[in-house]
Design a protein around this ligand. Structure first.
Ligand SMILES: NC(=O)c1ccc[n+]([C@@H]2O[C@H](COP(=O)([O-])OP(=O)(O)OC[C@H]3O[C@@H](n4cnc5c(N)ncnc54)[C@H](OP(=O)(O)O)[C@@H]3O)[C@@H](O)[C@H]2O)c1
Length: 351
């Protein structure tokens, strides 16, 4: 098959690099344009990007010239534009790109906008239908689909099987988030070595608000938010990749510990049914060791697309508690957008 041509916005950053790694050998997609700021424009990708991944820069992009972030700089035959832009920059440009192209974005700028789908393919693939409302009201040839904040994706994947089987009345989350979540220039080493920082700007609000939209119900032209109480407290820790969260959950219906484990272990959804290339075989992996999951050992599970849950046990205030871990720049960012794009392709939504 002729591959679908794609562009990456913010291609030089940490998430941009993950996009390139995931897209370089992709069976459906082929990178034809890389865009970034004035700092990088005009340079070859290998000179512009401070490549931090353990894989080599793919040969197919290493000598590609990085272009300045302008709609006109995207080739006409491109179908999908992946965005790994900082939120303020995304806010200014993403809908300009959506006038012409399908935009799959990581940025938070439009996630909570009424007509913008906020999608985790294993959880709410039906929310994609909001693109019809969006196209009409904004008069677009393309459209914008977003993926959630990294911690939200990781936590919700672990909760979705419980939500489906027993309902959720409330949940509380305490995160321990990796440095790569803040971008390459995010946290100075002097601030984080021998330390942790008990604050990540806007992160707690994102988990609380995005979760209600994602678990909500599609009603004609909007999403009716899920009704549940959510509270989050977020910490930055000196780990390079892999966000860990301790989750406490109160279910609507009574369930046993074994039942909770079983629904997590057996959880599969549309991406697995459709055999999407980036979908992990098991979105949720349950480990029984008393000291797992750990970032160094578990972040690459399912090629970075599975989340790993451990220490599932009963709780005296909530009903259950457990630890979940996922790769923040793969499942929590670039991999999430690529999976959204694969779903759009398989559902024939690219035309
Ligand atoms: N890191 C994560 O785990 C994670 C998870 C989920 C979502 N996200 C979101 O993904 C986005 C990217 O995050 P990141 O961690 O990859 O950030 P990053 O490492 O700081 O990279 C930012 C990218 O955006 C480009 N850029 C910055 N300002 C620009 C401008 N004015 N015009 C054009 N391009 C510009 C940069 O290009 P230059 O190199 O040319 O400056 C770079 O390619 C953010 O919205 C972030 O919130 C990140």
């Amino acid at each position: 098959m002729d591959k679908i041509k794609v562009a990456v916005l913010g291609a030089t950053g940490l998430v941009g690099q993950r996009f390139i790694e995931l897209l370089a050998e992709h069976p459906y997609f082929e990178i034809v344009d890389l865009l970034a700021s004035e700092r990088s424009a005009g340079k070859k990708y290998r000179e512009a990007a401070n490549w931090v991944l353990s894989s080599d820069i793919p040969e197919s992009v290493a000598d590609m010239e990085v272009k300045l972030l302008e709609v006109e700089n995207v080739s006409k035959d491109v179908d999908i534009v992946f965005s790994a832009l900082p939120s303020d920059v995304a806010k200014a440009v993403e809908f300009k790109f959506a006038e012409k192209f399908v935009v799959c974005s990581n940025a938070s700028a439009y996630r909570l906008e009424k007509d913008v789908p906020l999608v985790i393919p294993e959880i709410n693939p039906d929310h994609i239908e909001l693109i019809n409302v969006q196209r009409k009201s904004r008069n677009l040839n393309g459209y914008l689909v977003t993926n959630p904040n990294c911690s939200t994706i990781i936590v919700l994947l672990s909760l979705k099987p419980i939500y489906d089987a027993f309902g959720i009345e409330s949940f509380a989350v305490v995160t321990m988030q990796a440095l790569s979540g803040a971008g390459y220039r995010g946290v100075p080493s002097m601030a984080i070595v021998d330390n942790l920082i008990p604050f990540i700007k806007k992160e707690e609000e994102k988990i609380e608000k995005e979760s209600k939209k994602i678990l909500g119900t599609l009603e004609k032209d909007h999403i009716k938010e899920a009704e549940m109480k959510i509270t989050a407290s977020c910490n930055r820790v000196p780990v390079l990749d892999g966000h860990t969260a301790v989750v406490f959950v109160k279910t609507k219906e009574k369930a046993s510990l074994e039942e909770v484990k079983e629904v997590m272990k057996s959880f599969k959804s549309l991406p697995q049914e459709l055999n999407l290339p980036t979908a992990p075989e098991n979105p949720v992996i349950v480990r029984e060791e008393q000291d797992r999951p750990q970032p160094r050992l578990d972040r690459n599970a399912g090629r970075g697309m599975s989340v790993t849950v451990g220490r599932i046990r009963e709780d005296t205030i909530f009903d259950f508690k457990f630890v979940v871990l996922g790769h923040n720049t793969i499942r929590g960012a670039a991999g999430a957008s690529v999976l959204n794009a694969e779903l759009l392709y398989k559902l024939d939504k690219l035309g």
